[in-house]
Design a protein around this ligand. Sequence first.
Ligand code: ADP
Ligand code: MG
Length: 309
Amino acid sequence: VISVPLGYFCGLGNASKNGVLIKGSAFIDTMAGIDTAVFDKTGTLTLGTLTVESVDIQGAFAKGEILSLAAAAERHSTHPIAKAICSAAGDDILEPVSVQEIAGTGVEAVLADGRTVRVGRPQSEAGDATAVQVWIDGCSAGIILLADVINPAAKDALRQLKDGGVAQTVILTGDNARAAERVKTAVGADVVYAGLMPEDKYEKIEALCKSGKKLMYVGDGINDAPALARADVGVAIGVLGSDAAVETADAVLMDSDLTRLAYGVRLARKTIGVVRGNIVFALGTKLLVLALAALNLVGMWGAVLADVG
Ligand code: ADP
Ligand code: MG
């Protein structure tokens, strides 16, 4: 017989040895009861290391100019899209005079020559690729099309979660519907909600929680920290995730291997099983000895042993 705290302690220890850092035993309880797993798309179900595929020119600017002006606006953003644009633009990226980033929408910057550059959600959906539009001084200059790689562990992870008793898998994303649908098919998720603003992600999570679902939310924390905080268990992806996400989250995955999630849920269920088993065993022994003592079949030392042993 091991004690209840020790049971949890072993659970936490085993989890962290396998790359799932759980912040306390309370989350083992919640994790064991999860029935719905919700995922952010970019940087979670995809690797989030995007690359610029092509630029559709819409105005007087050439491809290289569009990329370097967009990169100037994006250079201080931590969004995966921003990183892709900056690495496509090369080494000498202009330093903007001022920048404003609107979460889930894009960035707007003023450059030293007085031009304003805005990079963000396209006005209209084009294809099934992730795309951002670039405006220079208010006029559309073009659309940058980006490619992302599906997380190789995602499909297995979702299947393992379902095998482990999670009834539903859901994707939430700010990206366009067709890009989202493509990822849904690739990873085998049940439901996808696309085109969401960060507050819409939060509201979806809240609606699911209120409908009685026990929710795990997995995200990188970029534009989804509120959702991460609201879910019953918020899981952040450690390496890619922002520091804020790692702090807000209830559990952290050490890398992008999402199958660790299924491991975590299985382990939580097993830990709860062991802890419950121990409680039942301990109380059972005491009741038995109590009954025997009442019948005068055990003496004082037997009772003491049953109580502390
Ligand atoms: P997700 O992580 O689900 O893809 P986000 O909320 O991070 O969603 O972003 C949603 C959309 O907002 C992106 O697809 C993009 O169009 C736009 N966006 C967000 N941040 C930026 C940025 N820094 N630069 C350009 N576009 C951005
Ligand atoms: Mg994201």
